[in-house]
Design a protein around this ligand. Structure first.
Ligand code: SF4
Ligand code: SF4
Length: 79
């Protein structure tokens, strides 16, 4: 694979903190427990997230989205 090519699942789950009201619905559906509440913030463990997108589908206010990998997070994401 050429270095500029990325697999289709090369994204990370991003949280819009302006929309999230910490209902916990996404936390409850995550198989590997990769999304969780910590110090009143919703966090995603990019190392263990399998990008199944269940949390994104579950959020009632669409606070979660697929964001393109950036250099800041790409080292955290297991592809
Ligand atoms: S995409 Fe899947 S594995 Fe990743 S945080 Fe959401 S529910 Fe969990
Ligand atoms: S389901 Fe949406 S509103 Fe609820 S905690 Fe998750 S991101 Fe926040």
């Amino acid at each position: 694979m050429k270095s500029e090519q990325r697999p289709q699942h090369a994204f990370f789950v991003d949280v819009d903190r302006n929309l999230c009201y910490y209902c916990g619905a996404c936390v409850a559906v995550c198989p590997p427990d990769s999304i969780f509440l910590e110090n009143s913030h919703l966090k995603v463990d990019h190392q263990t997230c399998t990008r199944c997108e269940r949390c994104i589908a579950m959020c009632p206010v669409h606070a979660l989205s697929k964001a393109p990998l950036t250099p800041e997070v790409s080292h955290e994401v297991k592809l």
